[in-house]
Design a protein around this ligand. Structure first.
Ligand code: AR6
Length: 178
């Protein structure tokens, strides 16, 4: 599914983030930046050991913030590493932190002249954020951002599996018709 926001494209696809040809892909990392499972493990495996060495040198990233590295063996030139919140009960600032993770990633893309970015569904795996809520929030943040930042030409959400894709598709319809 694809929609246009001013001049920019917002796209939902089902697939694997590591094979995307956008200028940057976003990693759902943890505060240590030292790798892990899920998206993080897949990105480090595909990028090669140089990525871990650089992340070690960066020394970490607080929840809700982001940092940028090269993509090494990935098709994407850059990896934007961001840290989403661990979901507890929704009353511990999770929504603010998740919105901040998306916004910080987009800000870094803008600053570095990155015109196309692929996002995974941050926090909805190991970190337990309910995916329907996370999808609505993520899409709202990205739509608002694209409305103000035409320099980002494409944002692609890469959803792992058909159920996640379907959830995002429903959420996008809800957000656009709200
Ligand atoms: N491409 C796209 N999406 C994927 C892929 C992939 N290759 N693999 C998994 N997903 P998660 P989090 C989906 O757990 O919840 C790591 O260990 C997955 O189905 O990767 O932010 C880090 O080091 C889910 O919907 O990230 C942290 O410790 C979504 O990506 C922690 O997990 C996010 O799942 C971060 O947890």
């Amino acid at each position: 599914m694809q929609v246009t926001i001013n001049e920019s494209v917002l796209e939902l696809v089902e697939g694997d983030i590591t094979s995307q040809d956008t200028e940057a892909i976003v990693n759902a990392a943890n505060e240590s930046l030292l790798g892990g499972g899920g998206v993080d493990g897949a990105i480090h495996r595909a990028a090669g050991p140089e990525l871990l060495a650089l992340c070690r040198a960066i020394g970490g990233c607080p929840t809700g913030e982001a940092c940028i590295t090269q993509g090494y063996r990935l098709k994407a030139k850059h990896v934007i590493h961001t840290v989403g919140p661990v979901y507890r009960d929704g009353r511990h600032g999770e929504a603010v932190l998740l919105a901040s993770a998306y916004r910080s990633s987009l800000d870094l893309a803008s600053v570095h002249g990155v015109r196309s970015v692929a996002f995974p569904s941050i926090s909805t795996g190991a970190y337990g954020y309910p995916i329907d809520q996370a999808a609505r929030l993520a899409l709202r943040v990205v739509i608002d951002y694209l409305g103000e930042h035409p320099e980002i030409e494409l944002v692609r959400f890469v959803l792992f599996g058909q159920p996640a894709y379907n959830t995002y598709e429903r959420a996008l319809v809800e957000v656009l018709t709200a």
